[in-house]
Write a protein that binds this ligand. Structure first.
Ligand code: 13P
Length: 345
C-alpha cells in the first residue's frame, strides 16, 4: 500500500468520518452574523478552536478540513491548528480551491478555480502539516423550461471534472490525499430521478478525467452529494429510498479502487443526513461509506456556543452529539431515540 493509500484509508477508517470546518472567510462570517456573533477573525478562530478541541473528537472523526485562514492560526495555547490537530489524533486537511466563478461559454454556470500556483501552495501546506486537501465543484440543476433549462451543460460538467483531476494529480504529487468533491446542489424543484441522472453524468465525467490524469484512485476520497429530490420538490422519499438511489448511482459510476466515499450534507437537516447515511450502511458497496459533513455536524454547535466564552462546552457537547449520531449510523446502531436522548440542553 502506498503512503497516500494509507492516509486515505485512515480518513475513512471504520466508525469514523471527516469534519468539514473549511468555510471561507465570507461564508463563515455570514454564518456567525446570522447567529448573532460578530464576524471577526478572532471569533472565526475561537469557533474553530471549540470544534477541534471537543473532548474525544478523534474517537469519531479522522480528520478536519480547514480553510487557509484557520490553517495559519493558532489555538489559545500557541500551537498552530495543524500542530494541535496532529497531537489530538486528527488528520489536518486544507481546502485549496478558490471558489466558483462564471464559466465563459456557459451562461449562468460556474467553474471552480484555484489551479494557478497550486503546486507551490500544496508544497507549503504539506510543510505546515496538511495530510489531505479538498476541492469542491458545484453543479446546479436547471429548471424545466425557463432560463437554466438544460443545465448543467456538457461544457460545465467537463470543465469542472478536468479541474478536479488536475487538482487531484497535483495533490498526489505533493503527497497529499485529494478529497474529490463534485456536489450536485439541492436547489430546485427537480425530483430524485433528475438528481440521479445528473449525479451519474457528473461522476462519470470526473472518473474519466481522473483516469486521464493518471490519478491513483486508492489515494483519493470521493465526496459526493446524496441522491435526493430538490429542496422545492414535493416528492417525499424515505431514507431507504434515498439510500438505494444513491448507492445505485455510485455503484454504476465510481471505480471500485476508490479508498472511500464521504458524503457532504448539502443543506439537508442534520438528522435527515444521518438517517440517510444509516440506511446506506445496510447496502452492499465495494467502498466504505462515511460522512464529511459541514452544516450537518456544526450547525447545532454554532447555535449552542453563540459566541459566548462561557458556552464553549455547550457547543462542544452539541458537536459531540452529532458525531455520536453519525458514528452510530456507521455502526448500524442509529435510532430516533439516540437522536433525542443525547440532545444538548
Ligand atoms: P455541507 O455538509 O454543509 O454540505 O458541507 C460539506 C462541505 O465540505 C461543502 O464543501
Amino acid at each position: 500500500m502506498t503512503e497516500l493509500a494509507r492516509t486515505a484509508a485512515q480518513m475513512v477508517a471504520p466508525g469514523k468520518g471527516i469534519l468539514a470546518a473549511d468555510e471561507s472567510i465570507a461564508t463563515m462570517s455570514a454564518r456567525l452574523e446570522k447567529t448573532g456573533v460578530a464576524p471577526t477573525e478572532e471569533n472565526r478562530r475561537a469557533y474553530r478552536e471549540l470544534l477541534v478541541t471537543t473532548p474525544r473528537l478523534a474517537s469519531g472523526i479522522s480528520g478536519v478540513i480547514l480553510c487557509d485562514e484557520t490553517f495559519r492560526q493558532s489555538l489559545a495555547d500557541g500551537r498552530t491548528f495543524p500542530e494541535a490537530m496532529a497531537q489530538l489524533g486528527l488528520l489536518p486537511g486544507i481546502k485549496v480551491d478558490t471558489g466558483a466563478r462564471h464559466l465563459a461559454g456557459a451562461p449562468g454556470e460556474t467553474v471552480t478555480e484555484g489551479l494557478d500556483g497550486l503546486r507551490e501552495r500544496l508544497a507549503e501546506y504539506a510543510a505546515l502539516g496538511a495530510r489531505f486537501a479538498k476541492w469542491r465543484a458545484v453543479v446546479g440543476i436547471g429548471a424545466g423550461t425557463g432560463t437554466g433549462a438544460g443545465q448543467p451543460s456538457p461544457w460545465k460538467v467537463r470543465a469542472d471534472a478536468h479541474a478536479l483531476a488536475r487538482y487531484a494529480a497535483l495533490c498526489q504529487e505533493a503527497g497529499i490525499v485529494p478529497i474529490v468533491e463534485p456536489e450536485v446542489l439541492m436547489e430546485g424543484a427537480h425530483g430524485t430521478a433528475r438528481c440521479a441522472a445528473v449525479t451519474s453524468e457528473v461522476l462519470r465525467a470526473v472518473f474519466a478525467e481522473l483516469e486521464a490524469a493518471g490519478v491513483d484512485l486508492e489515494g483519493i476520497v470521493l465526496k459526493p452529494n446524496m441522491v435526493v429530490p430538490g429542496r422545492d420538490s414535493f416528492e417525499v422519499v424515505t431514507p431507504d429510498e434515498v439510500a438505494r438511489a444513491t448507492v445505485t448511482v455510485l455503484r454504476a459510476a465510481v471505480d471500485e479502487r476508490v479508498a472511500g466515499i464521504a458524503f457532504l450534507s448539502g443543506g439537508q437537516s442534520a438528522a435527515r443526513a444521518t438517517a440517510h447515511l444509516a440506511a446506506m450502511q445496510r447496502l452492499e458497496t465495494p467502498w466504505p461509506l462515511t460522512f464529511s459533513f459541514g452544516r450537518g455536524l456544526v450547525d447545532p454547535a454554532l447555535a449552542a456556543w453563540h459566541g459566548e466564552p462561557g458556552r464553549v462546552s455547550a457547543g462542544q457537547r452539541a458537536l459531540a452529539h452529532r458525531v455520536a449520531c453519525n458514528t452510530a449510523a456507521l455502526q448500524g446502531t442509529y435510532t430516533d431515540a439516540l437522536e433525542d436522548a443525547h440532545a444538548p440542553a
